[in-house]
Design a protein around this ligand. Structure first.
Ligand code: GAR
Length: 212
């Protein structure tokens, strides 16, 4: 049984989608055993409570610098024997101490087709730029901002009358399908690495197929 920690700063709709996928058996042999937020008011913490999942709050003002924050975070994750860290709208860059400890065991979801439009405003930036296609990306976390090896991506067309709100809503729907799928692939050991490329093993043939 793999133990998953979800880190979220906001609403936590991706957390909810992951919990639902586990409850429905779409992700097997895994449980979310810890939810962590840097924001006291994050609705993700309320969702965790409703599901009876232990929660922890890591406020940046309680630590002198990023490294001590990340060391405390890492200690908690290790004490809880966490196998996979899932960033779901966690709006903090993690330092090398965390990245190294969870190399290829820490995922993030981002609301654009990376490497286009990284950062906090992926949806608004894509809309303002005027691209016709955007989407979402699930990737492993490396030392950069939204820059690690890509696991899954899915595209959607931007409509002429889209607003940040309408586009965010459609991207969320994509995210809620894609994130559980990526987690399931990781839990089943189906992701193989070659440099920064991820290959997904096909059950039928055993042959790796490149996705994304
Ligand atoms: C998601 O859309 C996620 O892609 C984005 O935050 C949102 C969180 O929503 N993450 C980033 O922009 C990371 N750079 P949620 O709290 O409802 O899951």
């Amino acid at each position: 049984m793999k133990r998953i920690a979800v880190l979220a700063s906001g609403n936590g709709s991706n957390l909810e989608a992951i919990l639902t996928a586990i409850e429905r058996g779409e992700i097997q042999n895994a449980r979310v055993t810890l939810v962590i937020s840097d924001q006291e008011k994050a609705y993700a913490l309320v969702r965790a409570e409703k599901h009876g999942i232990p929660r922890a709050l890591f406020r940046k003002e309680d630590y002198p610098d990023r490294e001590s924050y990340d060391r405390a975070l890492l200690a908690l994750l290790q004490a809880n024997q966490i196998d996979l860290v899932v960033l779901a709208g966690f709006m903090r860059l993690l330092s090398p101490v965390m990245v190294e400890a969870f190399r290829n065991r820490m995922m993030n979801i981002h609301p654009s087709l990376l490497p286009a439009f990284p950062g906090r405003r992926g949806v608004a930036d894509a809309l303002a730029y005027g691209v016709k296609v955007t989407g979402c990306t699930v990737h492993f976390v490396d030392e950069g901002m939204d820059s690690g090896p890509i696991i899954l991506q899915e595209a959607l067309a931007i409509r002429e009358d889209d607003t940040v709100e309408s586009l965010t809503e459609r991207i969320h729907r994509l995210e809620h399908r894609l994130y559980p799928k990526a987690i399931d692939l990781w839990v089943r050991g189906k992701i193989r690495f070659e440099g920064r490329r991820c290959y997904i093993e096909q059950a039928e043939t055993g042959a790796p197929e490149r996705l994304g």
